[in-house]
Design a binder for this molecule. Structure first.
Ligand code: FAD
Length: 374
């Protein structure tokens, strides 16, 4: 009996959409099943950085994978523009972590030095800029800013437009997107392939990719996989639109291509709680205005929170089930940054039915089996 699809992707967030688009580009018959509007969805509430500078301490392969994605982003944005007419708003002018004290500067230098000194790490250019040099890029910095850590690799994107472009391109290439289709059960079929059950019927597929964010924790064991992910809340605020003045993204604030300034880098361990708190928002706003005092004159027009998908060590998981080959698990917490790698490097591996060990071997969930003392 024929199967409904070559591959069914569970989860239509940025991760699932990027993978689905990548598979559809390769001519796969692919479906994306998504829970729907009441689900927890990082992809609709993120900060939209395509960020390299702080990635990979503890796992150099994560820095390589992140840099590969940053390098693939211009090609992805161009392809999506050509296929859909949607502009992703990608800008990769380099990015900054602003430093408000000598102690912050010392911590940043220590972090970057340890990052780059790791065995197997492929170094990239990073520099501490002093205040005078920084003022040439950001004339409006406040008196407390003593300098910044800079890399030329960082950037940002319009995440919602990119997300829409991925879904549009997926559909145009014949992909089947099924919202309001929460997957309830997954089972391997005796002769190979999978049965994927939703309240609106079941689907069959040769392969399945679990890209359902935090829901992977519940779904993975059905196919002999393990996804030790947890929600981590982030709060974000956006100001009214202003004339362009932030030419480069800063890790905790950035000016969007539409003019608003997004502020937000909170990380809160509150479970599945998408509430917002004035305390955290006030802290973020205070730090932002210490960096750029003129921000105090802008009104906040929207604020929200969303849940990141966090693994115990913060690195992604890419894994094929040992007991049920053809079932793949994909989780990460920087799925905007990694969207290009997911569409253009991971999807081809999934289409082949094999994750490249040299590239993705370090991201197995088996790393969590190693005792902390090892
Ligand atoms: C505040 C915040 C700031 C962030 N900032 C950045 C950033 O600057 N740069 C960056 O690279 N990343 C950032 N991220 C992370 C980024 O948003 C995500 O990594 C990315 O969107 C990918 O998410 P995802 O698709 O894995 O998960 P989600 O977006 O959570 O999507 C999971 C999907 O699975 C679906 N689902 C759930 N259960 C089921 C089920 N049973 N069956 C079918 N579907 C199901 C849901 O409907 C949902 O659409 C941020 C995240 C947050 C919350």
């Amino acid at each position: 009996m024929g199967r409904d699809f070559d591959t069914v992707v569970l989860g239509g967030g940025m991760m699932g959409a990027a993978i689905g688009y990548g598979l559809a580009r390769l001519g796969q018959r692919c479906a994306i099943l998504d829970e729907g509007d009441t689900a927890f969805r990082a992809s609709r509430g993120n900060f939209a950085l395509v960020w390299v500078q702080s990635k990979g301490l503890g796992l150099p392969a994560y820095s390589d994978w992140t840099r590969r994605s940053a390098a693939l982003w211009p090609g992805l944005a161009a392809a999506l523009r050509e296929e859909t007419g949607v502009e992703c708003g990608l800008s990769q002018p380099g990015g900054f972590t602003l430093l408000l004290s000598e102690a912050e500067a010392a911590r940043r230098v220590d972090f970057m030095t340890r990052l780059q000194a790791q065995p197997g790490f492929h170094p990239f250019l990073w520099e501490i800029w002093d205040r005078a040099r920084l003022r040439q890029v950001f004339p409006g910095i406040g008196p407390e800013v003593i300098g910044a850590c800079h890399t030329p690799l960082d950037g940002h994107v319009n995440a919602l437009r990119s997300f829409r472009a991925l879904h549009t391109a997926f559909a145009q290439r014949g992909g089947a997107y099924r919202p309001e289709h929460p997957v309830e059960r997954l089972a391997a079929l005796p002769g190979g392939g999978f049965r994927i059950a939703t309240p609106h019927g079941a689907f069959s597929a040769g392969r399945v990719v679990l890209a359902a964010g935090n829901a992977n924790a519940r779904l993975a064991p059905m196919l002999g996989l393990r996804a030790p992910v947890r929600p981590q809340r982030g709060q974000v605020m956006v100001t009214e639109k202003a004339a362009p003045f932030l030419t480069h993204p800063v890790v905790n604030l950035r000016q969007t291509d539409e003019g608003g300034i997004m502020i937000g880098d909170s990380a809160e361990e509150v479970g599945f709680d998408t509430g917002q708190g004035l305390g955290v928002m006030a802290l973020m706003a205070r730090r932002a205005t210490r960096m750029f005092p003129d921000l105090a004159r802008l009104n906040i027009v929207r604020a929200w929170s969303a849940l990141r998908v966090m693994t115990p060590d913060g690195f992604p998981i890419y894994e094929e089930s040992e007991s049920v080959p053809g079932a793949f698990l994909c989780n990460c917490h920087s799925g905007v940054t990694l969207a290009a790698a997911h569409a253009l490097a991971l999807a081809p591996m999934l289409a082949e039915g094999r994750l490249e060990a040299a590239t993705l071997g370090p991201f197995t969930a088996r790393r969590f089996d190693v005792p902390a003392t090892a």
